[in-house]
Design a protein around this ligand. Structure first.
Ligand SMILES: C[S@@+](CC[C@H](N)C(=O)[O-])C[C@H]1O[C@@H](n2cnc3c(N)ncnc32)[C@H](O)[C@@H]1O
Length: 336
């Protein structure tokens, strides 16, 4: 077992390790090692990172051949780390594993089962009050967080930060998979459109995001030349306007409760559009997806920090579980 207080294991969507590594470098952290869906780094991490989903702080590497030996070492580490602490009921006891290695999921579940059996023997009440799910939203957490990087190696920590990304449940009436992105964005920021609120949805078709707002009782103006489909078609709370999103102008003094924007357009143009909406205070909250495709994603993140963050009261920038070559901004406009 090797203990380094500044060792951090960060998880990301498999295939995005290079971008997460680049983001860490931009904050002065040099990745030590990387694998499918994870990056290991040493040093002081920034509070939040776009491409990170879960960050294990003060991670300890445990190496062992057998499941039992791993569970045994894990228990020893856990007891040591929580010695002077009280974990609240519902404390997260979470096991994750690297993508792509056949059988690693099964192996990790076996380590979890053996660990829980040992913990139950030693501290039955503590074991009973553990939750095997992470809570919703973005937060700093106390519990036990385990990540299996391979058959013989796992990392464990009792402190973690989570970005709030998670797989969302589909709705058969939602007209597109994009629907899942906005549902996930609401879960990240812990806010969502309320009945009677107003939403403008730029690049709305076929209507997943509009449907997501309308099913909560919000009134939506959906801007797109393409057709609305499924549950968004002819929805009484969705008014579809076939217009160019870049030309659509709110009337003077008009403020929507929410701006949604999922345009397949150059992300720099979309960012300028968001800037105009924020400067004009035409929206109170926003969910905006920037599709970086072949553009420089890290350069784009820097521009978001320089140009968008100063105009916001709150801003979360996340590579969502349901995002591909894109990331999503969720925030509130700064007050005057
Ligand atoms: C990824 S789709 C949006 C999906 C939508 N959020 C959903 O949940 O179903 C992107 C949309 O942007 C629209 N779009 C691209 N450029 C546009 C523009 N200048 N004005 C309006 N819509 C535009 C496209 O027609 C397309 O329907």
């Amino acid at each position: 077992m090797s203990i380094h207080d500044d060792l951090r294991l960060l998880t990301c969507q498999p295939g995005y390790e290079t971008l997460l590594g680049g983001e860490l470098r931009a904050h002065g952290l040099e990745p030590d090692a990387t694998g499918p869906g994870w990056v290991l780094a040493r040093g002081t991490a920034p509070e939040t990172l776009c491409f990170a989903h879960l960050r294990l702080d003060g991670a300890t590497a445990i190496e062992a051949e057998s499941v039992n030996a791993m569970a045994e070492q894990l228990l020893a580490l856990f007891m040591e780390k929580i010695r002077d602490r009280i974990l609240p009921a519902g404390w997260p006891l979470v096991f994750r594993f690297a993508d792509g290695e056949k059988g690693l999921g099964q192996r990790t579940r076996s380590v979890e089962k053996e660990f829980r059996a040992r913990l139950k023997k030693r501290m039955a009440r503590l074991e009973r009050t553990a939750a095997d799910e992470l809570p919703r939203g973005s937060a700093t957490l106390q519990g036990l967080f385990v990540f299996a990087a391979g058959f013989g190696r796992l990392y464990a920590a009792t402190e973690a930060w989570q970005g709030g990304q998670r797989r969302m449940a589909d709705d058969p009436a939602a007209p597109s998979r994009s629907y899942l992105k906005t549902e996930e964005a609401f879960a990240v920021c812990g806010r969502e459109p309320a009945p009677g609120e107003t939403v403008v949805d730029l690049g709305a078709a076929p209507g997943g995001w509009s449907y997501s707002a309308a099913k909560r009782g919000a009134a939506v103006v959906a801007i797109d030349n393409g057709p609305m489909k499924g549950g968004a078609k002819d929805h009484p709370l969705i008014r579809h306007r076939r217009e160019d999103a870049f030309k659509f102008q709110p009337t003077v003094g008009e403020t929507y409760d929410w701006l949604f924007c999922d345009l397949v357009e150059d992300p720099h143009h979309v960012m300028r559009l968001l800037e105009q909406w924020l400067r004009g205070r035409h929206c109170r909250n926003f969910v905006v997806n920037l599709k970086f495709g072949r553009a420089d994603a890290l350069g784009l993140l820097e521009k978001v920090e320089a140009r968008i963050r100063p105009l916001c009261a709150t801003l979360s920038v996340r590579h969502l579980f349901h995002d591909r070559d894109e990331f999503t901004l969720v925030g509130e406009t700064a007050k005057a």
